[in-house]
Ligand binder design. Sequence first.
Ligand code: MG
Length: 372
Amino acid sequence: MKITQVEAIYLRLPDVKNQCDSGQDALIVKVHTDAGITGIGEVDSNPLAVKGAIDAPYSHSISTGLGQLVTGEDPFETERIWCKMYDRAIYGGRFGAVFHAMSGIDMALWDIKGKALGMPVWKLLGGGFHKKIRCYASSLFGETPKKTRDIARRRVDDGFTAVKFGWHPMGQDEKTDIALVREARKGLGSEVDLLIDAGLVWDAKTAIQRARAFADYNIFWLEEPLRPDDYDGYRKLSEATHVRIAAGEEESGRATFLQLMDRGRPDVVQVDLTRCGGFTEAMKIASLAHDRGLPVANHGFTTYINVMAALHWLNSVPNALICEFVAEDETNLREALTKQRLRAKDGYLAIPEEPGLGIELNEDAVSRYRVA
Ligand code: MG
């Protein structure tokens, strides 16, 4: 089998608001083959930079468009193709958007392999640890502490046993920060795990103070309280609190994850399959984390393609902790984009059994929302 074409497809709702959002746009990758099998992948990054990285023509020997590099290759040779992409695009691709683009292509290649063999990706990765995996409902904080409490109640009513709130308005002042966590805990009651995603808002000393204050509300983890490059701050924070510190969604691949793990010493390593280098790299990152006694979780705040990829990966590593599952209220691109719409049952997601990723695009939605 040979790869015949790589398509980077940018989808966007007609009315995109200037706000943190999980489903206003999406960058989808399609890898076509001469066997008639098409694999799909996703990249959560700067969409047009990713499209540029894939569509770019040859510039010189270590700055080449990824689509051109991959065309003509055998999609089963994922390790070799990964190394070829990394080596031949290394000027732009050690980390950041070009590296992210590699993730979507790698994901699509594993989808092709699974479809060709009639097996789910997790089986090709040697997995099979779970039949279902615990997930947490992931959403943004409400505009106020009280609105956050109301959202928390709804998530419990939906059957979730773990709920995360993140980003704005966390980080404005101590009183609001603590009120947000207090009201979230009130809404959840004492039995449901509460996860807090600070959203890169503090320095290390402030984060230590907040971790101590939030410990009164028994939080499951405190995620990304610091700027991602502040690895030394992460280390100070981790050493100063018994609250689990989670980070990793800004990292690109092994090289930066090693910085995070060995300098920052977080307690949970978060890996986004659409940015970390795809399945090929995510397996290695999980292994590096496992060697250090660290559990891994996925990061995914975009489409169900990302969630499905995460389920295959989490089912293939021994140190999977929990799965992020977007639970925003509004109907957006995510609900339209794929034929399958994932739903959690009693706080768990079922491990996919269909060949490949086990998720298909709704081509009507692709046509409707495609802008580039
Ligand atoms: Mg986060």
